[in-house]
Design a protein around this ligand. Sequence first.
Ligand code: SF4
Length: 212
Amino acid sequence: MPDSILAADGAAKAPGQAPAGARLLMHMCCGPCACICIQRLQAEGWNITGYYMNPNIQPLAEYLRRREACDQCAEHFGIPMVYGDEAWDLTAWLRQVQGRDTPPERCRWCVSSRMEGAFAKAKELGCTHFFSSLLYSKYQPHEAIREAGERLSGRDGGPLFLYRDFRPDWQAGIDLSIEMGLYRQPYCGCVYSEAERYGKKLARLVRQGKAQ
Ligand code: SF4
């Protein structure tokens, strides 16, 4: 079921139409990932509320920059936003990844925990479905995101998981984010990924220092 919608009765439906009366909570990881997802799902008639909850985005200044980009998306597409700012706690996050602090375990836990947060918020708000813009990214552990969504779907009478694979929209999403002037981040999110992003530069400086 590579590209499907789980309908209110749990049955698979072809993409292209939102179930009548459905309310979708979209977990938004950042503006560039979210923009094309919102555009595509609105075109199918989904009534979307955005949810920015990403304690993995560090440091705090980066979290706030991506939060602003999500707000920009919400304004552009005319959707309401809710926030999980109280979940941002660097010390708590680092403690939680302890013992699984390298990929793929770290990243699996990171996306699963956000899917759990999205499910809980969607249930609290009375939404019928939940989704995450993480499903757009080629760089995220797609199957782990999907597995978490399917595991949670409908649990205890909660919302259903809306699964869509938006990775084929990769270039369309980039084009749209540039057109909208959204902030495009240079690394995935956590301090580990930031260090990985700039690690080559540091290694070069270390080499140069040794050569002197
Ligand atoms: S690299 Fe990205 S997905 Fe992996 S733990 Fe860090 S923020 Fe999460």
